[in-house]
Design a protein around this ligand. Structure first.
Ligand SMILES: NC(=O)c1ccc[n+]([C@@H]2O[C@H](COP(=O)([O-])OP(=O)(O)OC[C@H]3O[C@@H](n4cnc5c(N)ncnc54)[C@H](O)[C@@H]3O)[C@@H](O)[C@H]2O)c1
Length: 347
């Protein structure tokens, strides 16, 4: 099986590619190499005959058509996106162009290619989306696949729009699609502007560790390698036209997650004096900050037998250790534009 993966030089796409190649699947990585990309993430498979790389922007339809014609994939996993909520507040236009316009191009290029091949039923367009499209939960309840869409940030609105396009291409043109909506990922190769790496790296640098608002926002944390496993399962076993929610059943308040990371660092790299938690600083909240996300993963678990393999404690332990062992990787990314700055404060 040959899979065309978009966004494979990013955090989750690279985890999918490493796992796919390890399982003997062929992969074509299509990535524009934006500020969030790092080819180092796929260095372990770069010389493998199962792997190919195409530097291309999903906003460029002609480039996509050439790539489909040359590589002739059996399936598409579409992960390329602008992914940082804070950046979407300061500059929504790239989010609209890539997440909506780019997905439209991917759908059209896939549809033309699939029609030219005689509309094979086994073809899949797998759209990777987020639980943020469902909006914010109160203290109770879980997102299911039938929860209504209620996005509240430019990022989540652009992802919601792309989900709707994917469904429309299935209903209208018959394109075989699957959609997954997953919760917050964390793990190795997470770009250093996202919460978990920010906490680890600011702690190690002796800087303040910023926690938005009172740190009471709840997220359902999913280890990225468990997510990659779920994605390959949905691609290969999921029913066309269906969506699957993917979550770790690991709800944590942000402040508790941050404290756990500080404790892990206290154990693994103790400070000369005091604890890393002393560096925690509460900062102005993000405008429109959703209070709680939590996934009901019954469908993917009952229908496809998927379960996360690690608890959040185990996953965070592995993640903290990975950042301690891979300083060269994250140091190189800290010079990129906007990294280390507070973004998205202006409503
Ligand atoms: N990180 C999470 O917690 C999370 C949770 C749920 C869903 N998702 C979704 O998963 C997908 C991957 O997320 P991530 O965290 O790995 O993102 P990321 O920001 O780490 O990586 C995105 C990748 O897409 C590429 N890209 C961006 N614009 C492009 C364009 N116009 N053309 C081609 N390539 C382009 C970038 O170069 C980068 O390599 C996204 O669609 C995101 O919405 C992420």
């Amino acid at each position: 099986m040959k899979i065309l993966v978009t966004g494979g030089a990013g955090f989750i796409g690279s985890a999918v590619i490493r796992l796919a190649v390890q399982r003997g699947l062929s992969v074509v990585n299509v990535d524009a190499l934006t500020y969030a990309a790092c080819l180092e993430n796929v260095a372990s498979v770069a010389d493998d005959p199962l792997y190919a790389f195409e530097k291309a922007d999903i906003r460029d339809r002609a480039a996509l058509q050439r790539i489909f014609a040359e590589h002739r994939p059996d399936a598409v996993m579409h992960l390329a996106a602008e992914s940082h909520v804070d950046r979407s507040i300061d500059g929504p236009s790239d989010f609209i162009d890539t997440n909506i316009g780019g997905t439209f191009n991917m759908l059209e290029a896939s549809r033309r290619y699939w029609e030219d091949m005689g509309r094979p039923e086994g073809f899949r367009f797998h759209h990777i989306s987020t639980d943020e499209v469902f909006g914010s939960l109160g203290k109770e309840g879980l997102f299911t696949e039938s929860t209504g869409y209620d996005p509240r940030s430019p990022y989540s609105a652009s992802k919601a729009a792309s989900d709707h396009l994917v469904r429309a291409w299935h209903e209208t043109y018959g394109l075989p699609v699957v959609v997954t909506n997953c919760s917050n990922n964390y793990g190795p190769y997470h770009f250093p502007e996202k919460l978990v790496p920010v906490v680890i790296l600011n702690a190690l640098a002796g800087k303040s560790i910023p926690v938005y608002g009172k740190g009471e926002n709840v997220r359902d944390w999913l280890y990225v390698e468990d997510h990659a496993d779920a994605l390959l399962l949905v691609l290969q076993k999921g029913t066309s036209g269906r969506s699957y929610n993917v979550g770790g059943e690991n709800e944590r308040r942000n402040i508790d997650l941050v404290r756990t990371i500080c404790e892990l660092l206290d154990r693994k790299r103790p400070k000369a004096e005091g604890t890393y938690a002393d560096q925690i600083t509460f900062v102005t909240d993000r405008p429109g900050h959703d209070m709680r996300y939590a996934i009901d993963p019954s469908r993917i678990s009952d229908e496809l037998g998927w379960r996360p393999s690690v608890s959040v404690e185990e996953g965070l332990e592995k993640t903290v250790q990975w950042y301690l062992d891979n300083e060269n990787w994250w140091r190189a990314l800290q010079n990129r534009k906007g990294v280390g700055e507070r973004l998205g404060t202006k409503p």
